[in-house]
Design a protein around this ligand. Structure first.
Ligand SMILES: CC(C)(COP(=O)(O)OP(=O)(O)OC[C@H]1O[C@@H](n2cnc3c(N)ncnc32)[C@H](O)[C@@H]1O)[C@@H](O)C(=O)NCCC(=O)NCCS
Ligand SMILES: Nc1ncnc2c1ncn2[C@@H]1O[C@H](COP(=O)(O)OP(=O)(O)OP(=O)(O)O)[C@@H](O)[C@H]1O
Length: 231
């Protein structure tokens, strides 16, 4: 198996692209979904957020008020850093568990949707491919304002909290341009999927696991055949 890191900017179209990969039967891990799970009441990160940010970031039912917390962290880099130090280790643990489950199920590749892949850089060394979902800044701003019902200032604060998309494009191996009509993006996703499906990059890990298993099996055989009877 090999890992593909998919990233982009806020509202550049990552989730829309991921949906197409899912429809094509791919194994997908969405870090935004994990990030929502690990801050639910009862999880360690929930308690640490309340300790760090106060009860004003809670809704009446105890859930995190994502709008309030978002407004806080997207406007204040030090508080954003604090939230990241609370949530990112928990997110990484869950990501590893989910990746391992897909490995056991025999998938050739897994796509990890990691919004801050190039900001944190931590996971880059594990990835065979990196994909950026790009759209031009005006389109990104318009889509973000519309989807999240944000004014221009709040939407710009969110965009400015991340590396510019143009920089991410330079760092990625593949770029999906989602500035135009959705049908054009969909076609690019299908082409990329075909390329990844044809790749033989999953073989080295699979062969080394099979070789390891064969080694253990041979050892067990030799033990039972020659050593155990004499004990
Ligand atoms: C700040 C929160 C509460 C805002 O919630 P909200 O529902 O409005 O947004 P959602 O979680 O759907 O994220 C939307 C997008 O915002 C961007 N974003 C989220 N967190 C961050 C961050 N810490 N820094 C920069 N951009 C971020 C990403 O592009 C993400 O895809 C939430 O994003 C959060 O808990 N963030 C911390 C965890 C994190 O870093 N997630 C990003 C994945 S590593
Ligand atoms: N090609 C397109 N044409 C028109 N609208 C689009 C296109 N691609 C995505 N959108 C819309 O833009 C918005 C952002 O897309 P999406 O939610 O996929 O982005 P995202 O990168 O996953 O966002 P986030 O970073 O917040 O998780 C959504 O409302 C989506 O329906």
């Amino acid at each position: 198996m090999f890992l593909v890191g998919l990233t982009g900017g806020i509202a550049s179209g990552k989730s829309s692209v991921i949906q197409v990969f899912q429809q094509l039967g791919c194994a997908v891990i969405d870090v935004d979904v994990i990030a929502r799970q690990v801050v639910q009441p009862g999880y360690p990160a929930h308690q640490r957020i309340v300790e760090a940010f106060g009860t004003e970031v809670l809704l009446e039912n105890g859930d995190i008020d994502r709008k309030v917390l978002g407004d806080l962290i997207f406007n204040q880099p030090d508080r954003r850093h604090l939230l990241n130090t609370i949530t990112h280790p928990e997110i990484q643990k869950e990501m590893m568990k989910e990746t391992f489950k897909y490995f056991l199920r025999g998938y050739r590749y897994v796509i990890l949707d990691i919004p801050l892949l190039f900001e944190t850089k931590k996971l880059l060394k594990y990835l065979k491919h990196t994909v950026v979902v790009y759209c031009d800044r005006d389109t990104q701003l318009a889509r973000l304002m519309q989807r999240n019902n944000l004014n221009r200032q709040d939407a710009e604060a969110r965009i400015n909290s991340q590396l510019p998309l143009k920089d991410k494009v330079r760092m990625a191996r593949h770029v999906l341009d989602n500035s135009g009509e959705w049908s054009l993006t969909r076609r690019q996703v299908i082409l990329l999927h075909t390329e990844l499906e044809r790749s033989l990059e999953y073989l080295p890990l699979r062969l080394s696991v099979l070789t390891g298993l064969a080694g253990v099996a041979s050892l067990l055989y030799l033990l039972t055949r020659y050593l155990l009877p004499s004990l």
